[in-house]
Design a protein around this ligand. Structure first.
Ligand code: G3P
Ligand code: CA
Length: 284
């Protein structure tokens, strides 16, 4: 079946376009996803959140300030209000060398917008972002995935830092392949709010076969960082141990060719990158 094929494909290296080709065009916009799709990546990565009127949108930050001409929390706005924002111009201002007038006025995308544009032509690596701030996210996501026949067609992976969000997904539809995100850090003093909600673990990674087996109960893979403030938090053994426990490892977010090559040499199963063109050139 297509779903079995998708799981089989996870055994080979996956090129994951982080928020689209977000090194070249404003993140989470159609321009960024069009580029990544054109280049033939394995997955389009997106973060989803829920609007005040219950619509799913592709957006990373909890607040709209950094990447739009508005301000405040994304979940305080209706879809219509969010659609009126410009999420492209900030990119031109921040990246004079990559600026393109076509990016001006780019609109926030719904998950439906993406599915309507690309359908079955690609796969989607969807993160339930900040589930504690987005109640109802999992229910709305499963409904949308089912409406577009995305699950049985082997088109989606759902990733989250929050185990509860993944377990909820499994409860709603047991066929959705899930990826557990983790973040290792070496800062003893680190006490971000993120820590309260997510799978943040002091590193370097000290992980046992039992830990990996507990994840393998519900997930088909792991997504992790590799470094924290320039220091490695995992190594090639981590990768081998995860793989031996049936969990492919995808690493975020790797943009430099040297770093890509180093992780490929370690045996990584896929990379999230803002520059899928660089990665495709390396692996093709
Ligand atoms: O989803 C993998 C990676 O994107 C996690 O970090 O903050 O870019 O969503 P973030
Ligand atoms: Ca993400």
């Amino acid at each position: 079946s297509p779903l079995e094929q998708q799981l089989k494909d996870l055994e080979s290296f996956q090129v994951i376009a982080h928020r689209g080709a977000s090194g070249h065009a404003p993140e989470s916009t159609m321009a960024a996803y069009e580029l990544a799709h054109e280049w033939g990546v394995d997955y389009l990565e997106l973060d989803i959140q829920i609007t005040s009127d219950g619509e799913l949108v592709a957006f990373h930050d909890d607040a709209i300030d950094r990447t739009s001409d508005g301000e405040g929390k994304i979940n305080d706005y209706t879809l219509e209000e969010l659609k009126a924002l410009d999420i492209g111009t900030w990119f031109n201002e921040a990246n004079a060398d990559k600026a393109d007038a076509a990016f001006e006025g780019a609109q926030i995308l719904t998950l439906d917008d993406l599915f309507e544009r690309f359908g079955n032509e690609t796969r989607y690596y969807i993160e339930t972002k900040s589930p504690h701030l987005n109640p109802g996210l999992e229910e709305a996501l499963v409904e949308t995935l089912e409406a577009h026949d995305m699950i049985e067609n082997g088109r989606v992976l759902v990733q989250s830092f929050e185990q509860d969000s993944l377990l909820k997904m499994r409860e709603l539809n047991e066929n959705v392949p899930l990826i557990q995100l983790v973040w290792y850090h070496t800062d003893e003093e680190d006490d971000t709010q993120l820590k309260e909600w997510t799978n943040v673990t002091p590193g370097p990674a000290q992980i046992t076969d039992e830990d990996f087996q507990a994840v393998a109960e519900y997930a088909v893979g792991i997504g992790t960082n590799a470094t924290y403030e320039g220091e490695d938090v995992i190594d090639a053994d981590f990768m081998r141990q995860a793989q031996a426990n049936g969990l492919p490892v995808h690493i975020y977010t790797i943009n430099e060719t040297d770093d890509m090559q180093r992780l490929i040499d370690w045996g990584v199963d896929g990379l999230f990158t803002d520059y899928p063109d660089r990665l495709l050139e390396l692996v093709e």
